[in-house]
Design a protein around this ligand. Structure first.
Ligand code: CO
Length: 139
């Protein structure tokens, strides 16, 4: 049997209106600490990574503008789970394998993600309605 494509749950991506308020909530309720924070202008998102254990995070996402993907998600669905990020050994190889199975890809090639990872999104309609991200973490 082939090795499994997914190696771990890397993060759960959660959409929120106010990043500072969401960080405060996760710190207060769960005692999680922020390990990285960045703004991705291209994706229109402010984000924070809070470590659960090494290599496994809560990713809080707030829009930089209403018409960004996360802004549109919030307008349509409100705050809540936005996507699941799974760890993979090699994101380009995983994309090739999934493409071969006919799974629709949002990203045809890997791109820059949080904390220097190479990431790519799969189309939710081929993954049971779940926006799914593959994450090849930096070594
Ligand atoms: Co993510």
């Amino acid at each position: 049997m082939a090795d499994p494509l997914l190696t771990r749950i890397d993060h759960v991506g959660i959409a929120c209106h106010d990043l500072d308020a969401a960080i405060e909530r996760y710190q207060t309720i769960f005692g999680l600490a922020v390990v990285a924070r960045e703004t991705n202008e291209e994706q229109g998102v402010h984000e924070a990574m809070l470590a659960v254990v090494a290599g496994s995070y809560v990713q809080l996402l707030a829009p930089t503008r209403p018409e960004s993907p996360v802004g549109r998600f919030l307008a349509r669905r409100g705050e809540g789970v936005h996507h699941i990020g799974y760890g993979v050994e090699d994101v380009e190889s995983a994309l090739g394998s999934l493409r071969g199975q006919g799974v629709r890809l949002v990203d045809q090639r890997a791109r820059h993600g949080s904390m220097g990872a190479a990431i790519a999104f799969l189309h939710p309609s081929d993954v049971g309605g779940v926006l799914t991200e593959l994450v090849q973490a930096t070594p």
